[in-house]
Design a protein around this ligand. Sequence first.
Ligand SMILES: Cc1cc2nc3c(=O)[nH]c(=O)nc-3n(C[C@H](O)[C@H](O)[C@H](O)COP(=O)(O)OP(=O)(O)OC[C@H]3O[C@@H](n4cnc5c(N)ncnc54)[C@H](O)[C@@H]3O)c2cc1C
Length: 381
Amino acid sequence: MSAMETLEFDNVVIGAGVVGLACAEALSRRYPNESLIVLERHFKFGQEASSHNSEVVHAGIYYTPGTLKARSCVEGKKLLYDFCREHQVPIMNCGKYVVASDDSHIPKLKNIRETAAANGVELEWLESAEATRRVGLELRAALWSPTSGIVDSHVLMERLAHLTESRGGMVLYKHAFHELESVTDTEVSFIACTGDGESMRIRCRRFVNAAGLASARIAEQFRALAGRGDSWQIKPCRGRYFTLASEWTGRYKFLIYPVPDPRGGLGTHLTIDLGLRGRLGPDVDWSRQEEPADLWDLYRFDDNVEELRDQFFEAGSKFLPGLKREHLEPDYVGVRAKLFKNGVAHPEFVIDDLGSHGLHTHLLGIESPGVTSSLALAHLF
Ligand SMILES: Cc1cc2nc3c(=O)[nH]c(=O)nc-3n(C[C@H](O)[C@H](O)[C@H](O)COP(=O)(O)OP(=O)(O)OC[C@H]3O[C@@H](n4cnc5c(N)ncnc54)[C@H](O)[C@@H]3O)c2cc1C
């Protein structure tokens, strides 16, 4: 039996989603003379959350002031607009309305306005007549968020990967982190597996875990070895989308959101893509809280399409007058990486280094607004 190959690098990032690639880009810029690899279990970057989301540049109006989620969203938004302009990533500062269609929504709008102000984000309050005129719907009130937008997350990831590679970094596809071997004060050693079932030992000085849905499982291996720290778990929470038929394309040039959904999403909303095609979603589906043996089962659209179409029709009709059931076509499914700390829901972004002072760092619970926040999170390196 031949000895296992050992590879050594200064920096290793696990996961080529938008967060892992942003971290890799930042590391390659900060440490230009050091070696760097990104390990990605799929054949290409961004096959999971980073390509199954709403691609909205969030303004930072919902998140608890002072939290990492709030700070990284507000900071990340600015960095993202600048980065996209500099690197020709398609981005559109289209703005968004959060709408109150009945009086019970007004206190919630006021709360959003206060939260936004505490996060340093300005919103415009629109009374009923002005909201109705500007949005084109019968509304009791609305908030206008001028800094919200839409970004092409695929091109964003492509540019981040390209910048990393142009500085000598590598993205290794079909290579997965498998098992942690040891951690010392200066080195992390682990086993990686290829898609062909080969194994190799990888040693590095700096280890970044940006593995999305799998990030907590990887962090747990480090915690088990260190014998301390909080216990983290991630549960998938699905969000499904329906596309609007072509007659809706171009009708709205901004985003429309209802007040947030108390079950954990921002409420089934209208987003547009860069071609102004409309889309409704995502809903909040907690029905599959365990990761299945075949990951793609989570991303497969459900069999009960007609039932879902009815639900989306009901939600969408509230803010899309003239919508018909047949205008809704099932599209894709996104999977939120919902974080739990010691068994309790923890709706915050966490950067945990288990006291290793940056030798190994775990990015946990990076759900929405992770695309918007990605460059700010990477700035922490
Ligand atoms: C429905 C939905 C809507 C959203 N809408 C928005 C939005 O409008 N705006 C916004 O800012 N954010 C939004 N988000 C959030 C955003 O999509 C995520 O926060 C972001 O994509 C997370 O990026 P990531 O790199 O952490 O995760 P991922 O994109 O999931 O990447 C993790 C990567 O790690 C890899 N990996 C896992 N395990 C291993 C292993 N053992 N070895 C090697 N690689 C591994 C995976 O294959 C994957 O490629 C939304 C999310 C969802 C689910």
